[in-house]
Design a protein around this ligand. Structure first.
Ligand code: ADP
Ligand code: MG
Length: 544
């Protein structure tokens, strides 16, 4: 395993961090004032400097800061990120609260420990994940499925024409008409439909009939006769064993889906049958994973794009691999140099590395796919709110939150959406008034104190930061595997990345910890509508 690709940046990181931390500490020491919070800041920064001089490990650094600092000073995880990534502006931005709510013998300090992932842990995860990727490329049956996508070309940017695409993400189903205008320009018309829980867990036939109805309605709404002959790109974001660009059998449902009669069946065939039954003359010609679609779609405008990531209902990533490094590929290798590989990284579940807590275990046990998709359950939109809910239930049960008073809503699985975490993390008001509103309106939790709300916000931070850091480690693993530390754009789609406050910055901070100065070569870019456009592009490339 080539650790050398990591060691150099880590060494550089150590150097730059030392210098930046020294500067940061000096800044804070100089600006020491009488204000309690600023005194705490200075003490913590000085402690960090002291610790930096003596200690190697990031955990030790933090422990050192806590030991040497004002005993009531509390270094929050993002402060720790700032200190560790040596970013002075980030260090300045960070508030070291003096949380009266952190009782030394209470649940919160334990949560703090359990949810904090050190740089060292992340590095271990990167190394391990690279190794798992290699295994998955060698043969089937490993932790990471590393599914060859049959997509061997990335767009040149000059493709043109109108293509129909479907996108089944997890929460929504979209029908898109994508117009490729060349020069990386696209125009998209689309309709968006919620997939009800009934459909998600009903029969496969009902699900695919629903798709056909949505397509027909959409085409009519934009003045196109559904009976016209046309090709379609189908983004189907579930683990599929693909054996041609237009053929793939479902290996496993996830993200709350459990339709009968689809496992082990060719989903393109199911879709084509449903469209035919509805009287349409449309054929699905490309089956695409949303990560692959995101990658290809972004590459249409930025040729440096080699990775596509989804951070939405679920999480996954695809990247461009050398065909020579996919030993398990048995297809034709002639004229092929690269192929997009769908990692299915959500299935990563190394117990000795992932910081799996009792809350993660409880969530997993109660889920409809126990012991599967463990990484996904720690970082994606479907689950983050639920982890927070489990923690809140625990804190209420110990009497540390809301005077121990439960509400039925709080005890309802999945009643706390990840979008609420975003609102709470965005709430910087003195009284945390929006947090109050979220708790009242969404969880029926009334009469909260500011203290309660600060606890809730802190819990969201812990869960949100852990998610961003684990996501960054997974991205670093792919970049390391590709040996593209010199330049790479990572296209990221999904509501969690797009809307969750600080998610992108937290990922970036963790990437700096992992890759040092090399992290500057990695561009994380928001991709929108990537999966739909990508499917259309792949249909276009395939038609070429
Ligand atoms: P899909 O995965 O179906 O493509 P999205 O990318 O929109 O759809 O992701 C939906 C997921 O994102 C849901 O799990 C939802 O909880 C979460 N989500 C939606 N809005 C937000 C938000 N503002 N902040 C954080 N998460 C959000
Ligand atoms: Mg999506």
């Amino acid at each position: 395993m080539p650790t050398s690709t990591l060691d150099t940046p880590l060494f550089l990181f150590g150097l730059t961090t030392g210098v930046a931390l020294a500067a940061a500490s000096q800044f804070f020491i100089n600006s020491l004032t009488r204000s309690q919070s600023q005194r705490s800041l200075a003490a913590t920064a000085a402690a960090a400097l002291l610790a930096q001089q003596q200690l190697e490990e990031p955990e030790d650094l933090v422990a050192g800061a806590l030991k040497h600092g004002n005993p009531s000073t509390h270094l929050t995880p993002s402060g720790r990120d700032a200190a560790l990534s040596g970013s002075l502006p980030a260090l300045r931005r960070q508030s070291w609260s003096v949380p009266s709510f952190v009782a030394a013998d209470g649940t919160l300090p334990r949560l703090e420990m359990e949810f904090t992932v050190s740089s060292k842990k992340l590095q271990t995860m990167v190394r391990h994940m690279v190794n798992e990727m290699r295994k998955g490329l060698e043969s089937d049956g490993h932790m990471l499925k590393m599914i060859p996508s049959y997509v061997v070309a990335r767009p040149a940017g000059d493709e043109t024409g109108s293509y129909l695409a479907l996108d089944l993400g997890g929460s929504n189903f979209r029908v898109c008409m994508v117009e490729l205008r060349g020069q990386g320009q696209t125009a998209i018309r689309q309709s968006k439909h919620m997939v009800s829980d009934e459909l998600k867990t009903g029969s496969g036939e009902a699900l695919f009939d629903f798709f056909a109805t949505c397509i027909a309605d959409f085409l009519k709404s934009i003045g196109i006769d559904p009976k016209e002959k046309r090709a379609l790109g189908f983004t189907f974001s579930f683990p599929v064993e693909q054996n041609a660009i237009d053929h793939g059998t479902l290996m496993q449902w996830n993200k709350g889906f459990a339709c009968s009669g689809v496992l082990g069946v060719d989903v393109v065939n199911l879709l084509n049958k449903a469209m035919k039954k509805a009287g349409m003359n449309i054929t699905a010609t490309a089956l695409v994973n949303d990560t692959v679609g995101t990658l290809v779609s972004h590459a249409y405008r930025d040729p440096q794009t080699f990775v596509g990531v989804i951070l939405g209902t679920g999480t996954n990533a695809a990247y461009v691999e050398r065909i020579a490094d996919i030993p398990k590929w048995t297809g034709d290798r002639k004229n092929i140099t690269d192929m997009v590989v769908n990692t299915e990284w959500g299935a990563y579940d190394e117990q000795s590395i992932l910081p799996i807590t009792s809350y993660d275990q409880a969530l997993d046990r109660a889920s409809n796919n126990p012991r599967k998709q463990i990484l996904e359950k720690m970082i994606s939109g479907m689950y983050l709110g639920e982890i927070v809910r489990y923690i809140l239930v625990d804190l209420v049960s110990t009497g540390e939150l809301c005077r121990g008073i439960f509400t039925p809503k709080l005890q309802t699985p999945y009643a706390f959406d990840t979008a609420y975490m975003s609102r709470i993390e965005r709430d910087h008001s003195l009284e945390l008034s929006d947090t109050k509103a979220v708790l009242e309106n969404m969880l029926d939790v009334h009469n909260t104190t500011v203290q309660d709300r600060r606890i809730v916000k802190h819990v969201c931070e812990l869960v949100g930061i852990r998610a961003a850091r684990l996501s960054a480690a997974a991205v670093a693993a792919i970049i390391t595997k590709m040996k593209r530390l010199d330049a790479c754009t990572v296209a990221i789609d999904g509501s969690v990345y797009e809307h969750y406050p600080h998610f992108a910055n937290r990922m970036r901070d963790a990437l700096r910890e992992l890759l040092g100065i090399m992290a500057e070569n990695i561009v994380l870019e928001q991709a929108r509508d990537g999966s739909g456009q990508g499917a259309a592009l792949i249909a276009a490339l395939h038609a070429k």
